[in-house]
Design a protein around this ligand. Structure first.
Ligand SMILES: Cc1cc2nc3c(=O)[nH]c(=O)nc-3n(C[C@H](O)[C@H](O)[C@H](O)COP(=O)(O)O)c2cc1C
Length: 341
């Protein structure tokens, strides 16, 4: 449990020690964000009254994510958690996105304004940051309440990102077919398999996905090194496609995040929208997982928008499945000392 450091500081103003605790609290929450393959591709540079969020492209996934699109989305999710944590501490902030014209790795400068607290809307989400996990098991068929669905859509749009929700059987089946097609294509590529296998580690490491989080259907029963080795060696695409198709068909709600342009700004916004949607879903007791495969395969991405009912000319960025289920165990994170300077 991450205890809030604030509370005793209200009278005398924040001491240096309280400031240190507050930054630790905010950054620890930032690093609990989801990231593709749990690569945690972020770095934070602390100034006296600022935090710079930087992309760590050494942790890129060149096969599945050749343009670092998902890498920037992951950093956006960390930025959203940082905003929520600061808001929960009553610390105001102003954010400059892409503050450098020469360094594209500088994604956001967050300037702290202690005397200008932010609204409480985000603060209410802070406890969900630790609760949120990616849950790759099947969800129950119980539908997602339409009011909650509306809250999820509002969460995405509040971050400037378009969203489409799919709960009807026919389009859900068509999207499930597309996911399965993408799985088959991805697993036929030995480079994709090698990259995925590299990020499946035993439990004790600080990054990557433990076996239980690998989300590979019956393969979940294997010991971790065997899972990684099997993925590296064999084209398991048929089995994975069937599993994911079933999961997509059986999930009561598919949710697609999309943007009007497809650049780093849009990806950073998508990451913030993703985490806002996931935290609101968690608040309402819902589980979520990803079916991004068609978006990761250039040839299939354009087919997803019309199936999901997105407005024309929007770029799908993430495809989630959402429903009621039993949350999976949490995955590990790198210590703050490794990601903060
Ligand atoms: C941009 C992005 C893409 C992701 N894509 C997938 C995916 O295609 N399949 C999947 O099972 N998980 C996907 N994930 C989930 C990550 O694997 C997960 O966040 C990570 O392992 C950490 O686990 P946690 O979410 O439980 O904290 C994605 C996460 C992000 C942020």
């Amino acid at each position: 449990m991450l205890e809030s450091p604030i509370g005793s500081s209200a009278e005398g103003g924040p001491s240096a020690q309280t400031h240190e605790f507050a930054m630790h609290f905010a950054l620890r929450h930032a690093t609990l964000a989801p990231s593709s393959h749990n690569s945690q591709p972020w770095r934070f540079v602390l100034g006296e009254d600022s935090v710079m969020l930087c992309a760590d492209r050494l942790r890129a996934l060149p096969v599945v994510d050749p343009y670092d699109r998902e890498l920037i989305i992951s950093c956006g999710a960390a930025l959203f958690n940082l905003r929520v944590a600061l808001a929960s501490l009553g610390i105001g902030y102003a954010i400059t996105l892409f503050p450098s014209s020469v360094d594209p790795d500088l994604l956001a400068e967050v300037r702290l304004h202690r005397n200008r607290p932010t609204g409480g809307e985000l603060a209410a989400l802070v406890s969900t940051i630790q609760e949120r996990v990616t849950t790759r098991h099947a969800f129950s068929p119980e539908p997602v309440d339409v009011t909650i669905e509306r809250h999820l859509m509002e969460a995405a749009r509040a971050e400037g990102v378009e969203v489409a929700c799919v709960s009807a059987t026919e389009p859900r089946n068509a999207i499930a077919d597309l996911v399965a097609e993408a799985d088959r294509q991805q697993f036929a590529d030995p480079r994709f398999r090698r990259e995925l296998a590299k990020w499946i580690h035993p439990r004790h490491t600080d990054d990557g996905m433990p076996a239980y989080a690998a989300g590979l259907g019956s393969l979940l029963d294997f010991a971790t090194p065997l899972v990684a080795s099997a993925i590296r060696t064999f084209d398991l695409g048929g089995g994975v496609a069937a599993t994911h198709r079933e999961l997509a068909v059986g999930s009561p709600l598919l949710l697609c995040l999309a943007t009007g342009v497809d650049d780093a700004q849009a990806w950073l916004a998508t990451g913030q929208a993703l985490e806002r949607v996931l935290l609101v879903a968690t608040l309402h007791g819902l589980c979520a997982s990803y079916l991004n495969q068609p978006i990761e395969m250039g040839g299939l991405r354009a087919r997803l928008g019309p199936l999901a009912g997105l407005p024309n000319a929007y770029f799908p960025q993430l495809l989630l499945r959402i429903g009621h289920g039993t949350p999976d165990a949490a995955t590990p994170r790198r210590p703050l000392a490794e990601v903060v300077s």
